[in-house]
Design a protein around this ligand. Structure first.
Ligand code: NI
Length: 438
């Protein structure tokens, strides 16, 4: 059972200064104790946007600040529900929802998406392990209520018995997305990620086990969906960021390949060795952060293996791969590119990569259809009219309808430019044309 409420209030409210929400208020001892665990503090050392700082130099904000922001938005939504006395909000779930909001990203590692691609790990699995295994977070939760680790894990895994709690933290319009859109827009310095959060919070309603939007809030939701659309294409899929992520993946792939072949690394550190050997355990995972990974890149920049040292120096010095835009290459052309790259001393597996931005986990708002990489249904955003009827938003809004459905992306071919420039005379006319080296 949830313990005595009064006992668990902090004697004095704690306040964090935050550039997006101005202030973040902590009133519960449990939330304060969770923030002070070493696993949560580790999020200060992991950037929210991975390698995006190489494209948008302001994008240095951490997953720590985002996690606090998701907590704060969830807290505001619930306070609104409680103030309005909506009977469809289960009051006893407040702390579970706040914990899930705060902890939803604790399983992220350094440059998560690149690491997940190469080492076939999932941050969601690490999040569950951090909640359920022997960690400070687990001890704090268990001391409060023995059922809490399981309950919070099931909210994050979307299996919780109260779907309304899940939808607060994970849906088409949840506290997670609202915070990261505003925060990423703020720190990248772009103008298009903003929307009226206060207005959205005022028009949300708990209704029959889910969260719906009061009809009069439709335009605020349109604005939110447009900002999400813009942020994906202008920030998250930015071709320079994609180039940085390709280099990151290549570094990890090369390190893994060298390790498997018994290469004598001049420098190595235990958590990293565990990662590239595929034997990483929870303790080592917690020890991995971006400071450690960047130290590794700095040291590996001196390795004898040219592919590895070159990739590491490229990342640190921001000498990223260039790209050309193309149609999907056919087998013959792909073969020719690879042969020509090998002929001038490049390594086609490391110096060439085709990217199609739809590979990223992303769904444009499409009512009732499965996401691009996630299997679960993303429930549509529903509008609630004055006479208690629900309607799906894209049936009501021309703006939402126009960004609903699959958007056609382009192929980008990434490569290091300097070696090609130095060997133009060795390349076929076909290849020179493709890379605009005439
Ligand atoms: Ni998040």
């Amino acid at each position: 059972m949830v313990a005595n409420h009064a006992r668990d209030r902090l004697p004095e409210e704690k306040v964090f200064k935050d550039p997006v929400h101005k202030y973040i208020y902590v009133q519960d001892q449990l939330i304060w104790d969770l923030i002070n665990t070493r696993e949560f503090q580790r999020l200060r050392r992991i950037r929210q946007l991975g390698a995006s700082y190489l494209t948008f130099h302001g994008a240095e904000h951490s997953r720590f600040s985002h996690s606090l922001g998701v907590y704060e938005i969830t807290r505001k939504i619930i306070s609104q529900f409680e103030r309005s006395g909506y009977p469809d909000w289960p009051k006893e779930e407040k702390l579970v929802a706040l914990c899930a909001a705060l902890l939803h990203d604790i399983g992220h590692g350094p440059f998560s998406h690149s690491i997940e691609d190469v080492f076939d790990t999932r941050h969601e699995e690490w999040t569950c392990r951090l909640l359920l295994e022997d960690t400070e977070i687990n001890r704090v939760l268990r001391a409060f209520d023995r059922s809490y680790p399981e309950r919070i894990a099931s909210v994050i895994c979307k299996t919780y018995h109260q779907p309304i709690v899940v939808s607060l933290v994970s849906s088409q319009m949840d506290a997670d997305r609202m915070d990261y859109l505003l925060r990423d827009a703020y720190f990248t310095g772009v103008n298009y990620g903003t929307f009226d959060l206060e207005r959205i919070l005022r028009v949300l309603r708990p209704y029959q086990g889910r969260i719906v939007v009061k009809e009069s809030g439709m335009h605020a939701v349109e604005d939110y969906l447009m900002s999400r659309y813009q942020m994906y294409w202008q920030v998250y899929f930015h071709p320079v960021t994609r180039s940085s992520e390709i280099i990151l993946r290549q570094i990890f792939r090369r390190a893994m390949e060298l390790y498997a072949g018994g290469y004598p690394f001049g420098w190595m550190m235990a958590p990293l060795e565990k990662l590239i050997s595929g034997m990483i355990d929870l303790e080592d995972y917690i020890a991995l952060d971006e400071a450690l990974v960047q130290t590794a890149f700095s040291e590996w920049g001196k390795e004898h293996d040219f592919v590895l040292s070159d990739l590491c120096r490229r990342f640190l010095d921001r000498r990223l791969y260039k790209y050309v835009t193309m149609d999907q290459p056919n087998e013959a052309l792909w073969q020719e590119i690879r042969e020509q790259f090998s002929a001038i001393g490049l390594h086609p597996s490391y110096h060439l990569e085709i990217d199609f931005p739809f590979d990223m986990p992303y769904h444009v708002y499409r009512p009732g259809t499965a996401g691009m990489t996630e299997n679960e249904e993303k429930p549509p955003i529903l509008l609630l009219s004055g006479d208690d009827r629900l309607s799906e938003i894209s049936g009501r809004s021309d703006i939402v309808r126009s960004i609903t459905g699959i958007h056609q992306g382009k192929y980008h071919l990434y490569y290091p430019e300097e070696p090609l420039l130095q060997s133009v005379h060795l390349l076929s006319a076909n290849i020179r044309e493709l890379f605009a080296l005439m």
